[in-house]
Design a protein around this ligand. Structure first.
Ligand SMILES: [Zn+2]
Length: 90
């Protein structure tokens, strides 16, 4: 729980208001996160089993914190670099 303090998303106390159901039901949660991102016509499958995000207890809407977003982008970057390494067989 104290981990949350490293998120640079302000000091608003939980729960937050959910943009989906308008309830005060947004809480931090560790959730499996899977998505496909497209970059320059390439698809990259992002799969993070334990992403620290914010989730609504009422309607299951999920928001990414900026820390979570960084993690997603870091994984995307890693996948792109892996591909480049395959291209330039050094
Ligand atoms: Zn909701």
């Amino acid at each position: 729980m104290t981990d949350l303090q490293r998120y640079p998303i302000g000091n608003r106390p939980y729960p937050w208001f959910c943009p989906g159901c308008k309830g005060a039901s947004l809480w931090p949660a560790t959730v499996p996160f899977k998505t496909t991102l497209k970059d320059h016509g390439q698809s990259y499958e992002i799969n993070i089993p334990d992403l620290e995000a914010i989730k609504c207890k009422e309607c299951d809407k999920m928001l990414l914190t900026s820390a979570a977003e960084d993690r997603v982008l870091a994984q995307l970057q890693k996948m792109k670099e892996g591909e480049e390494r395959n291209d330039n067989t050094r």
